[in-house]
Design a protein around this ligand. Structure first.
Ligand code: NDP
Length: 284
């Protein structure tokens, strides 16, 4: 039976350490600052933004929220981004996605200064990850890496199978595992014989967005299973992309949903913001 990798507990432990780091930074005259920009009133985005604000407050990070109406023009949003790029109190800028249809997301994300891109989505930071000189790493995949680190898992020479190739999870997590010398396979909707790929993995990372589509029977005995998926089924229940109970029978370690990768994402956002603020101290 698999042991749980408890993301909630790991996140809490990391946030405690980060609060101490923030206290030290403040003593040096630098309060880490995160600007959170929300355009429109998508209910899920509002929940995420308020979770991020609460996490900042609990860690001592200054958070500046910018809630803009859905009809905000792209130009107005770009002007706000420019203002935040030049705001000395702000170390990190987060523009909550998705943006309304009339705004080009790539254009806005590319306008964020790479030095304040704590989400790690700017092509410069993505390029740094690809070339093996990571700067800001995107938060969910970085959280996954911290979870593997927490069980002292050595990826060197291991077979990692990532299911999903999105820019925010699948591709960056694959690159991060590659940087740790794993042999990485990225699967997607056109992959033939997904069970065969998953079946040879020492580590399975599922980021698909389909409830329980990775079956427990596919998992190799003793594999580590990281489930990034968050899927709402029925009214309230959240399930991952992996068939949890059956996978837990075979795996050595598994992440739960909820309480697994989810809490790590915001934690890594705070982590990146503090990293950014630290460079402000060094530059002083
Ligand atoms: P996307 O929808 O952007 O990507 C899903 C990926 O899954 C695509 O690459 C797609 O392939 C692939 N896929 C779809 N169907 C299949 C299939 N039948 N077989 C194999 N691959 C398939 O999702 P995200 O990466 O943004 O998110 C994935 C999940 O992770 C979601 O449940 C999301 O809610 C969750 N998530 C959780 C976060 C957290 O904080 N824990 C943060 C971000 C996401 P193709 O490219 O061919 O279409």
């Amino acid at each position: 039976m698999a042991q749980l990798i408890d993301g909630k507990a790991l996140a809490a432990q990391m946030r405690e350490q980060m609060a101490a780091q923030v206290t030290e930074l403040c003593a040096k005259g630098v309060t880490p600052g995160l600007a959170v920009v929300l355009v429109g009133d998508d209910p899920a985005s509002r929940v995420y933004v308020s979770m991020k604000e609460k996490a900042c407050a609990a860690t001592g990070i200054y958070s500046a929220e910018h809630k803009l109406p859905a009809e905000t023009s792209q130009q107005e949003l770009l002007e706000l981004v420019d203002q935040l790029n030049n705001d000395e109190r702000i170390d990190g800028i987060l523009v909550q996605l998705p943006l309304p249809d009339h705004i080009d997301e790539d254009c806005v994300l590319n306008a964020i200064s790479p030095l304040k891109d704590v989400d790690g989505f700017h092509p410069y930071n993505v390029g740094c990850l690809v070339t093996g000189h990571p700067t800001f790493r995107s938060c969910t995949p970085y959280g996954v890496m911290k979870m593997l680190e927490s069980i002292q898992y050595d990826l060197d020479g291991k077979e990692v199978v990532v299911v999903g190739r999105s820019n925010i999870v699948g591709k960056p997590v694959a690159l991060m595992c590659l940087a740790e010398n794993a042999t990485v396979t990225i699967c997607h909707s056109r992959t033939k014989d997904l069970p065969a790929h998953v079946g040879r993995a020492d580590v399975v990372i599922a980021a698909v967005g389909r409830p329980e589509m990775v079956k427990g029977a596919w998992i190799k005995e003793g594999a580590v299973v990281i489930d990034v998926g968050i899927n709402r089924v029925g009214d309230k229940k959240l399930v991952g992309d992996v068939e949890f109970d059956a996978a837990a029978e075979k795996a050595s370690y598994i992440t739960p949903v909820p309480g697994g990768v989810g809490p790590m994402t915001i934690t890594m956002l705070l982590f990146n913001t503090i990293q950014s603020a630290t460079s402000r101290v060094t530059a002083k």
